[in-house]
Design a protein around this ligand. Structure first.
Ligand SMILES: [Zn+2]
Length: 394
C-alpha cells in the first residue's frame, strides 16, 4: 500500500497511507453529518450545554468535522508514539508510524518477548489515549461557553480518545488487549504457549462479537470480529512455526548440494522447462564450474515466448542478485528471509560463500509438520533475538 512520509517525531518517520488520505475527508463528513446526534450525546454525557442551532448552521458542522477528525488522528499518532517510546526505552527500533483507515501502526523490526516488556509496550498506547481524553476534558472545562465549536471538538476528543483506549483493550490480536493478555499469560508459560492461548481467547471473543453483530445487525461489529479472528489465527500460527523451527539447523532440512542437479547458465530455456516437467521442480540453482551464479524459476522461464525458448539461455532469464542464507542460520531465519524477500527457495552458502545446498518453503513446511507431530513445539525454549511479527497495530 503506498504511503507518504510527512515528517518525523523523535527520529520516527510518520507516514500517511493512501487509505488514510481517502478516508479522512469521509470521516470528517461523517462527523459533520452526524452532528445532530452527536450534540445531544455530548450534552448528555458532559452536561456541555452546546448550542445546537449555532453549531448545525451552514458549513459549521463540516468545519467541526474536519477539525475533530484531524484531532482524532493526532491522538492516534500520540497513542502509537506511546507504544514506540516505551519500546525504544527497551532498545527496540521503530521503523515508522503509519496512519491508515483503521488507525495507526507502529512498525517494529522485532517485538519484545519478555512479558514485562511486552506488557509495558502494549499498555503504553491506551494509557496515552486515556490521558489525552482526560486532558481534552480538562481543557473543555476551562474554555468559555461562548466558544461552542471549540468545546464541541474538545468534548468529542475526550469521548473518542477514551473510546479508542477501550476499543484497543479488547482481548484479541492485533489489539493491544491481545498483547496485554499474552504478556500476562506468558508469566507462567512459554511465549508460544501464551500466544496460542491468547489467540484462542481472541477467537472466542471474535465469535461473541460476531454474534452481537448478527443480532444487532451491525456490519461494523461483524467486520471487526472477522479481523480479530484472522489476526488471532495468524499470530498463533506464527508462534507455533517459530517455536518449532527456531534452533533447527538449516543443514538438517536443506537439500545438500551433491543431491541437486544444478543447471548450467548456457542451458536453453527449452531444456530448463523440459527438466522442470520431468523432475517436477519449479526452481533451480544455476552453477558455473561449481560456483553459484544465479537462480532460475518457472516464472522466469515463462517470460520467454514458447517459440523463442530454444534460442534463450538460462543466464538471460535467471536472477543474478541472490538472497542467500548462511549454513549456520536456523530454519526460522530461512523462513523469515523467504517471506521478506518474497521467494520460495534460498541457496544455502558456506563461510566462503560457496554453494552448499538449497532450502525451499516446502522443505521448511515438511520439517514443521514432522517436528510438530513429534511434539517439539510444546515446551520449546523461546529466544528474543529473531524476527517475528513485524507489525503492531493501533
Ligand atoms: Zn495501541
Amino acid at each position: 500500500m503506498p504511503s507518504f512520509r510527512v515528517g518525523s517525531i523523535a527520529g520516527i518517520p510518520i507516514k500517511l497511507g493512501l487509505s488514510f488520505l481517502l478516508v479522512l475527508p469521509l470521516f470528517a463528513w461523517f462527523i459533520g453529518n452526524g452532528i445532530g446526534q452527536l450534540l445531544p450525546l455530548l450534552n448528555g454525557i458532559f452536561d456541555a450545554n452546546l448550542p445546537a442551532a449555532e453549531l448545525s448552521a451552514g458549513n459549521t458542522p463540516y468545519v467541526l468535522g474536519i477539525v475533530a477528525a484531524v484531532g482524532l488522528y493526532v491522538g492516534v499518532v500520540l497513542h502509537e508514539l506511546g507504544h514506540s517510546f516505551v519500546a525504544m526505552r527497551y532498545g527496540y527500533e521503530i521503523d515508522s508510524i503509519t496512519l491508515w483507515f483503521l488507525g495507526g501502526i507502529a512498525q517494529m523490526a522485532e517485538m519484545p518477548e519478555d512479558w514485562r516488556q511486552e506488557l509495558a509496550v502494549a499498555v503504553a498506547g491506551p494509557a496515552v489515549s486515556v490521558v489525552l481524553g482526560l486532558l481534552s476534558f480538562v481543557v473543555f472545562l476551562v474554555v468559555p461557553e461562548s466558544l461552542g465549536g471549540v468545546r464541541f471538538v474538545l468534548a468529542y476528543l475526550a469521548l473518542l480518545n477514551v473510546g479508542l483506549a477501550a476499543f484497543n483493550l479488547l482481548p484479541g490480536f492485533p489489539m493491544d488487549g491481545g498483547r496485554v493478555l499474552r504478556a500476562l499469560l506468558a508469566r507462567t508459560r512459554t511465549h508460544a504457549e501464551a500466544t496460542q492461548l491468547a489467540a484462542e481467547v481472541g477467537k472466542g471473543f471474535a465469535f461473541l462479537l460476531a454474534l452481537v453483530g448478527l443480532f444487532s445487525g451491525s456490519i461494523v461489529f461483524i467486520a471487526i470480529a472477522f479481523f480479530i479472528y484472522m489476526s488471532a489465527s495468524g499470530e498463533a500460527q506464527q508462534a507455533v512455526t517459530k517455536a518449532a523451527l527456531e534452533g533447527v539447523a538449516i543443514s538438517r532440512v536443506m537439500t545438500p548440494a551433491d543431491e541437486i542437479d544444478a543447471l548450467s547458465p548456457k542451458a536453453s530455456v527449452a531444456d530448463l522447462i523440459e527438466r522442470m516437467l520431468t523432475e517436477r521442480h519449479t526452481g533451480y540453482p544455476v552453477l558455473e564450474s561449481g560456483e553459484l551464479v544465479g537462480m532460475v524459476t518457472l516464472t522466469d522461464a515463462q517470460k520467454v515466448r514458447e517459440v523463442e525458448r530454444d534460442a534463450f539461455r538460462v543466464e538471460e532469464v535467471m536472477t543474478h542478485e541472490l538472497e542467500t542464507i548462511p549454513e549456520d542460520a536456523d530454519a526460522m531465519t530461512a523462513l523469515s528471509t523467504m517471506q521478506s524477500a518474497g521467494v520460495g527457495r534460498l541457496p544455502v552458502v558456506g563461510l566462503q560463500g560457496e554453494f552448499v545446498g538449497l532450502v525451499s518453503r516446502t522443505d521448511l513446511m515438511t520439517a514443521l509438520t514432522i517436528l510438530r507431530s513429534s511434539g517439539r513445539d510444546s515446551g520449546a525454549e523461546t529466544s528474543r533475538d529473531s524476527p517475528r511479527s513485524p507489525e503492531e497495530s493501533l
